[in-house]
Every structure is written in structure tokens, then in C-alpha cells.
Design a protein around this ligand. Structure first.
Ligand code: KIV
Length: 289
């Protein structure tokens, strides 16, 4: 199947729709888990650009426009400097490049923690400017009133517990969480609070496996694991990690490709041909008729 869709530039809404097909919905994702069991795991990958979304869309249930784009796209040292403007621009691109998956956009650090009202203003902006279906925010019990505030006002929320990268300055690094009894109990309590507040799914990141399993059993909504457990109700990876874009491979990443080598090899070949005046050839140049 070709994944290069015709963009309908005749209308202001350049939304590629190669086949009549309804986009998955937030309630459909939430309803994957029935009576504590999820027959069909929720498939999630990150996406930051329209073309990436086009390639991933048919294979995923959810495309997450993660604030990991700070490091992956912008070369920032963490997700802390990521802005609402960045998330809005990339979120809109991913919505334009997809027609099947639920698009969830991360709320960046500083755009929601101040108050439920601040969170509503930021989330409403993301929904209006991107066309995404939901937002994701980090934090547990402390964020539960905000989650309830947003959900009751029409904004679906995906939660995020365990290793919460926006809190790197408090956590002191990106090590797995839940190794002590107190930390484990806190993660379970955080997830339960988000579930009770109405989150439709919860990302569990960087948590020792028994705690990820305990959380998955304790909450009614699907859990989406990353560095967690195969027993979570779904899985997410940063697409560039699973494609092999980076030299560093964290323990929880499985590389399904070695794309860095492919790109570097193509660039090397191109550079050689330019220097040898082989490129452009006759096929790539315009000749008089
Ligand atoms: O920002 C991100 O990409 C994320 C995922 C890793 C869950 O939050």
C-alpha cells in the first residue's frame, strides 16, 4: 500500500483520507479494557511530523506527539524547555498526516501544573490548533483534580506515572522507579487517582515490572507501558528509538531497524557522487526539447 496520500489542497483542511474510514476514538481505546482484561493490546508510537504520521498511522491505534520531541527533534537536553507552540505545530502536522489513529498531544512542562484553569486553557488551545483528540500530562495524585476538571469539560486525558521525565530535576535522573516499597505504593496510588479522575489511559514509564503489573490490575483504564511490562494493556515506544536512529539504546528499547546506518550510508554515497560530479546525471537534469 502506498503511504503517500494525495493532499487535498483545494480545501483549507488538507487532511489525507485515502479510503473512507472512521478515525478511532478515545472511548474506543478506553473500552478495549473490559473487566480488567484487554483482548487487543493498544499499539502506540510517537510521531512528530506529517510524513512520519503517514507511515505509522495504519499500524497504530494511537499516535503520541510526545514532548520527547525536545530531545529527538530539537536536540534539547530534556523535555523541560519544550513549549506549547512546539507541541501545537507538531500536533497539527501529525493530525494532517493521519486518518486512522487517535492523536494524543503532550502538554509541555509549565503549561498545566499551575492550576486546573491553566491546564484547561493550554489543552483547549492544543485541541483547537491541532485537531488532536486528547492530551497527555504527567503526574499522579497531585494532578488528579486537574484531570477531573479537564475531562468534565470535554478534554480527554491520558495520564503518565512512574518515571515522569518532566520531573527530571526532582527525580535526579531517568532511573527506573518503584524499587522501594514507598515508591511502589506511590506509583500505584498515583495511577488509581488518575483512573478515578477519568483518565482514559495511563502511560506507565520506567517502572519495575511487578509494580507495572500491579498498576495494570488496579486500574479500570488501559495502561500503556514503556519500560514497564508486556502485561500492560498496550505499549509505546519513541519511534526514532525503535527505528535505531540513536547510538544509545536504553534497556527498554527494542530496535526494529538500523535506520541511522541507512541514512548515514545514503548521505555518504550522495556526497561521493557530488564530489565526483556524478550527481546530477542526465535523468535528473532538464534538457532543451
Ligand atoms: O514524550 C514522550 O514521547 C512520551 C512517551 C515516551 C510516553 O511521553
Amino acid at each position: 500500500m502506498s503511504t503517500t496520500f494525495q493532499l487535498d489542497t483545494a480545501t483549507s483542511r488538507a487532511n489525507p483520507t485515502p479510503a473512507p474510514m472512521k478515525r478511532l476514538t478515545v472511548p474506543a481505546i478506553r473500552q478495549r479494557k473490559v473487566g480488567g482484561a484487554t483482548a487487543e493490546p493498544v499499539v502506540v508510537l510517537t510521531a512528530y511530523t506529517a510524513r512520519q504520521a503517514q507511515l505509522l498511522d495504519a499500524h497504530c491505534d494511537v499516535l503520541l506527539v510526545g514532548d520527547s520531541l525536545g530531545q529527538v527533534i530539537y536536540g534539547l537536553p530534556s523535555s523541560v524547555p519544550v513549549t506549547l507552540e512546539m507541541m501545537a505545530a507538531h500536533g497539527a502536522a501529525v493530525v494532517r498526516g493521519s486518518y486512522h489513529s487517535v492523536v494524543v498531544v503532550d502538554m509541555p512542562f509549565g503549561s498545566y501544573e499551575g492550576s486546573p484553569e491553566q491546564a484547561f486553557a493550554s489543552a483547549a488551545r492544543l485541541l483547537k490548533e491541532t485537531g488532536c483528540a486528547a492530551i497527555k500530562l504527567e503526574g499522579g495524585e497531585a494532578m488528579a483534580p486537574t484531570v477531573e476538571f479537564l475531562v468534565s469539560r470535554g478534554i480527554p486525558v491520558m495520564g503518565h506515572v512512574g518515571l515522569t521525565p518532566q520531573a527530571v530535576n526532582v527525580l535526579g535522573g531517568y532511573n527506573a522507579r518503584g524499587r522501594s516499597k514507598a515508591e511502589a505504593a506511590k506509583i500505584v496510588a498515583d495511577a488509581k487517582a488518575l483512573d478515578d479522575a477519568g483518565a482514559f489511559a495511563i502511560v506507565i514509564e520506567g517502572v519495575v515490572e511487578p509494580i507495572a503489573i500491579e498498576v495494570t490490575r488496579a486500574v479500570g483504564c488501559p495502561t500503556i507501558g514503556i519500560g514497564a511490562s508486556a502485561q500492560c494493556d498496550g505499549q509505546v515506544l519513541v519511534t526514532e528509538d525503535m527505528l535505531g536512529m540513536f547510538d544509545r539504546v536504553p534497556r527498554f528499547v527494542k530496535r526494529y531497524e538500523a535506520i541511522a546506518e541507512v541514512i548515514s550510508g545514503a548521505a555518504e554515497k550522495y556526497a561521493g557522487e557530488v564530489r565526483a560530479r556524478i550527481f546530477p546525471g542526465i535523468e535528473q537534469t532538464y534538457q532543451p526539447k
